[in-house]
Design a protein around this ligand. Structure first.
Ligand SMILES: NC(=O)c1ccc[n+]([C@@H]2O[C@H](COP(=O)([O-])OP(=O)(O)OC[C@H]3O[C@@H](n4cnc5c(N)ncnc54)[C@H](OP(=O)(O)O)[C@@H]3O)[C@@H](O)[C@H]2O)c1
Length: 328
């Protein structure tokens, strides 16, 4: 099969599309013929894994796995023993575990818990949405978002931000999203009650306080945002922050039990894909697709995602023909 293979850490230049062995589904796994995947910030982080921190997780000398790609949407090719919920030909989507080969390939074998049937009538490129939503959902669960709460999402235009706005709104929260001018209409269309332009002035001077403020893009800080918090309000982040300070602040908050700053861990995939499917079927969640690249041009997709400018997701079309067509 064709796959984007990574045998050493580095720039997008090290990502090479070449022949790789087709996987076979183990017990409890499903072999998926991949139609679409994404290049995400997680993939970029794995590609350039930091020698002293993240390589303990991803592999010390070289990446532990040769094929990246978290999101997939495609058709079930075969099911391993013990699988009763999926059959060959089913249209499925989901999120690959980070410890085994991913979906930048024509086939991927994934555990059943990471897969769900695609909502009826959905295109493959519309279903590769798990990565951003997974991290957004982890944050919302950690801060315990509830109906009627006020939440400010700083950076509502990326993969996590667009997901956070939609999932927070679906939870019944009142959502304020802070974005650049060009994204104001987008976040309103995703359900934000209020959209604030961070290029037009100091967003912290809006004269309002929130139950939670979430930095969804790693570009602001607790110290900048604390005046936006209610007395028992919480600051959460998806990133270590501009100077890596969020990890120290989160540890300090845990030690002192003031719970003002949290840096949620992503949690487990099991149950999440089905939850997201429910949100999509209820019309509460949709993909925001920025660019699409064929697998052969995946290195260019990495370069674009590394720019930090993408809006929502960047799709990799793995199977060549007819991908844009909606199923009958
Ligand atoms: N916790 C985890 O395990 C985990 C996993 C994945 C990602 N992350 C981190 O989470 C963050 C978000 O990831 P993502 O995939 O959602 O990012 P992304 O899609 O690459 O975010 C890009 C968006 O951020 C906006 N942006 C750039 N600078 C901004 C600023 N100063 N203020 C507000 N918005 C700004 C950009 O639009 P404009 O430039 O037009 O404003 C663009 O639309 C990243 O820092 C990533 O490293 C964490």
């Amino acid at each position: 099969m064709k796959a984007a293979v990574v045998i050493r850490y580095g720039s997008p230049d090290v990502v090479k599309v070449r022949e790789a062995p087709k996987p076979a589904p183990a017990e409890g796994e499903i072999l998926v013929r991949v139609h679409a995947s994404t290049v995400s910030r997680t993939d970029c982080g794995e590609l350039r894994a930091h020698p002293f921190f993240t390589r303990f997780f991803y592999g010390i000398r070289r990446p532990r796995r040769a094929i990246f790609g978290l999101d997939f949407a495609g058709e079930v090719e075969a099911a391993g023993s013990g699988i009763i919920s999926f059959s060959p030909g089913d249209r499925v989507f989901g999120m690959c575990p980070t410890r085994s080969n991913g979906a930048h390939a024509e086939y991927v074998s994934v555990p059943e818990r990471a897969v769900a049937l695609m909502p009826a009538g959905m295109r493959f490129d519309e279903a590769v949405v798990c990565e951003g939503a997974f991290y957004a959902n982890a944050v919302l669960k950690r801060i315990g978002v509830k109906p009627g709460q006020e939440i400010l999402v700083y950076g509502g235009s990326g993969a996590i931000g667009t997901a956070m706005v939609q999932l927070a709104k679906a939870s019944g929260a009142a959502v304020t999203a802070v974005v650049a001018t060009r994204h104001l209409a987008l976040v309103k269309s995703l359900g934000a009650d209020r959209a604030i332009d961070y290029t037009a002035g100091d967003f912290t001077r809006i004269g309002k306080t929130f139950d939670s403020v979430v930095d969804a893009v790693g570009k602001t800080s607790f110290f900048r945002c604390r005046k936006l918090l209610k007395p028992d309000g919480v600051f959460a982040a998806t990133d270590l922050g501009p100077w890596g300070q969020n990890i120290v602040l989160a540890m300090w908050s845990a030690i002192t039990r003031n719970h003002r700053v949290v840096l949620p861990a992503p949690g487990r995939i099991g149950g999440f894909v089905g939850f997201l499917k429910g949100r999509m079927e209820a019309g509460q969640f949709r993909a925001i697709i920025d660019r699409q690249y064929p697998l052969a041009e995946i290195a260019d997709a990495y370069r674009y995602v590394e720019s930090g400018q993408k809006v929502g997701i960047v799709v990799i079309n793995v199977a060549a023909a007819g991908e844009g067509e909606r199923p009958a």
